[in-house]
Design a protein around this ligand. Structure first.
Ligand code: MRU
Length: 347
């Protein structure tokens, strides 16, 4: 089943806030519902956000045409609403702009082109992520004990995942001894979502508290760390779920490879380095409360960044659908020259 898809003129998503307890599929009918689903993390993960952005614009265009409203205006309104929801994952902006760019006001039938483009993103995402798994599995040695952070699995994409796609393919090849998933405070994407996916894949796994991971790496119990990314700057700096940077520091201190898996749509050549990546800060209540129950004294403030930046110097390899680059050694631009998808039109 796909995490996000276009079904009969609506956007279907799995509501990730309810997993693993309940598997509920939602049908989104308006761009406001899509924006709410993104802000509340019902749909999340950089590649899934790119697809949600593209499908959201297509949905708005279709609704405007049906309601006899100005389609161009509806597209612009949808694009700015969706882009304002989460600032760090560049895929969101990429998906919005890709679909928005197809609209031609002189051709009313271009609404169909928009929908076709957005649906093509769904198909591509699935292909690309399987490819990332196949490319990246080449870095996994037999008997590997893998550590991953947050959820960079099928739930963060249309299907397969990025980091977890590598795990999936390596597992199919018999190379994975087991996976440790960090729980990923405060929203627990690791223990709720990654553990759910690993269980369904039949991969031996366990969850660790976030603060246990560095010690685990230092003890020699981890052979490779594999994570996803929300935005990779031109110099190879990587923004990903908060807590990724300390994992990279720990991996480097112990000589453990630190591998990042992401589609080309996560690489932002217009952002020179990690310092220029906007970091989303989320509500204090996510930190100060657990299941609605206050755990810190009234009046306590919170610092709740959703992401941090890992410098390129700590990243051993970036795995994409177009191949593997080593930041600091290879130029990320070469990936775009070689990518089979770049410049491909889907009309
Ligand atoms: O806040 P989230 O859950 O959207 O954060 C997601 C991550 O940090 C993932 O690692 C990243 O988007 C890559 S998903 C393939």
């Amino acid at each position: 089943m796909r995490t996000i898809d276009w079904v009969d003129g609506r956007i279907h998503i799995i509501d990730q806030t309810l997993l693993p307890g309940e598997e509920v599929s939602l049908s989104l009918e308006t761009v406001e519902e899509v924006a709410e689903a993104i802000s509340s993390l019902r749909v999340r993960g950089a590649p899934a956000l790119g697809v949600a952005g593209g499908l959201g614009v297509a949905l708005a265009a279709r609704r405007a045409r049906e309601d006899g409203e100005d389609v161009g205006e509806a597209i612009s309104r949808a694009a700015s609403l969706l882009a304002s929801t989460r600032p760090t994952a560049v895929n969101l902006r990429w998906g919005i702009e890709r679909v928005e760019g197809v609209y031609d006001p002189s051709r009313p039938e271009s609404v169909e082109d928009l929908i076709r483009e957005a649906r093509a993103m769904v198909e591509e995402d699935e292909k690309i992520n399987r490819l990332i798994g196949e490319v990246g599995a080449g870095l996994i040695e037999g008997g590997s004990r893998v550590l991953t952070h947050c959820n960079a699995g099928a739930l963060a994409c249309v299907a397969h995942g990025t980091a977890l796609s590598i795990v999936k393919v390596a597992h199919e090849r018999g190379l994975v001894a087991g996976v440790t998933a960090t729980e990923t405070r405060p929203l627990l994407q690791g223990s709720r979502l990654t553990a759910w996916e690993l269980k369904r894949m039949g991969v031996p796994h366990r969850v660790t508290i976030d603060s246990g991971a560095a010690g685990l790496i230092a003890s020699g119990s981890i052979d490779v760390v594999v994570t996803g990314a929300d935005r990779i700057a031109a110099n190879g700096d990587v923004a990903n779920k908060v807590g990724t940077y300390p994992l990279a520091l720990a991996a480097n201190a112990s000589g453990v490879p630190f591998v990042v898996a992401a589609p080309l749509s996560t690489i932002d050549l217009a952002t020179p380095d990690g310092g220029a990546i906007p970091i989303e800060e989320r509500s204090a209540s996510e930190v100060l409360e657990v299941n609605g129950l206050r755990i810190a004294p009234e009046g306590t403030e919170a610092y709740n960044p959703a992401f941090d930046v890992t410098p390129a110097s700590l990243v051993s390899a970036i795995v994409t659908e177009a191949g593997i680059v080593r930041p600091g050694v290879d130029d990320l631009r070469t990936l775009f020259e070689e990518a089979p998808w770049v410049g491909e039109t889907t009309g």
